[in-house]
Design a protein around this ligand. Sequence first.
Ligand code: GCU
Length: 437
Amino acid sequence: MFRQWMFLGCLMVTGMAFCQSVNYDESKVPAYTLPDPLVCEDGSRVETVADWTRRRAEIFRQFQEQMYGFLPEMLEKAGNHPDFVTFEVVEDCPDALSGTALRKQVVLTFTNPQKPGQKVTANLLLYIPKHAKKPVPVFLGYNFMGNHTITPEPEILAFHDRAGNVLTEETLAQKEGTSARGGRVNRWDVAQILENGYALATMHYVDVAKDQRNQCFTSGIFDLYSDYEGETSREKTDWGAITAWAWGLSRALDYLETEKLVDAKKVAVMGHSRLGKTALWAGASDPRFAVVISNNSGCGGAALSRREFGETILIMSGGLRYWFCPKFREFGERVGDFAIDQHELMALMAPRPVYVASAEEDRWADPKGEYLSCLHAVPVYQIFGIEKPFGDQTTPELPSLNQSVGNVIGYHIRTGIHDVTPFDWTQFIQFADRFLK
Ligand code: GCU
């Protein structure tokens, strides 16, 4: 019954043409060989950190070419703090959340000198613990439904709903459930984050680029920095939505580097599901992120592609292909031809701390595949002289439920469904404490 249900889910998500029956049977996972992150394209072996620097560049390029796509040249060349992205603090409230926090709202305005008059704006919401004595570490992550869903505070600016429609006070007042003010308080344990001395910085991903295949490439920052007529006018290795969203996270980090109340050298980038895939790619693309956290990111995120358990590259290259570069689709039926697999995405963080969270019932995201990515990233961390990067985890067996394991690479699998829970936040905070406090 469950399998059938997932199969239908797959039809809904991806469209008939790209569907395959979903495997939830461990014994049917095909035999596979993972690419060795420590063997360079010329066959030489990585022995030193200097060798790894060279090899890392190769792997990063392979991910750009085959999975997430290259940024437009203009963005690549501009690097961090591009002068065509500006910040305006539009609210600075000294007394938020019943006096426990400072609240700031910062509008990021994206422009393009070659397209005068055109702009994209995104709202970064910041909660900072009120009585901090020094600049605090930060959790930075995108939210799915809008900043106004994180807490019920009526002052939070709402730019777009999930579908990308511009919100007004009138249209927002009609929203119910997860898209209403405070509709997602369950996913953002702001109290726990603040009590533990962290700031929370969050932004609605739809402000940056729409999450719809037929609209994404002709709106948001795609429209600003590219000239696509739609998804199909992209070149094979051009950017997909995950790269666009990841670039947006780096611009939020640019702002944090100017914010005196936080320590921008101590930013943990975190994301759930597709936004977990985005957090991982942001962490790989921007070494300024000190800690990288993936929650239930699954296929195209933390899970190994070659296992073909739950969601697969073939399924994803149906209706969700716009998250990736066009070339990505070519690997749907020959996943073994990818130069990379997702353990190498983890390895791109080395030696920085990376944490992966799975959920037992989230089989679509392949918890075991998420765990194995962590395990197979270990040899790269060892190049940095870290003796037990994944703590006592040396075998493919999943650890016990509801228990955080590892070291610089951290992992847990909790009971329950695809979600972000206070338990997850407790683990992220305890993990971050070890490196950011
Ligand atoms: C779908 C998709 C996943 C994705 C998830 C989400 O289930 O197939 O790849 O992670 O949506 O982002 O919620």
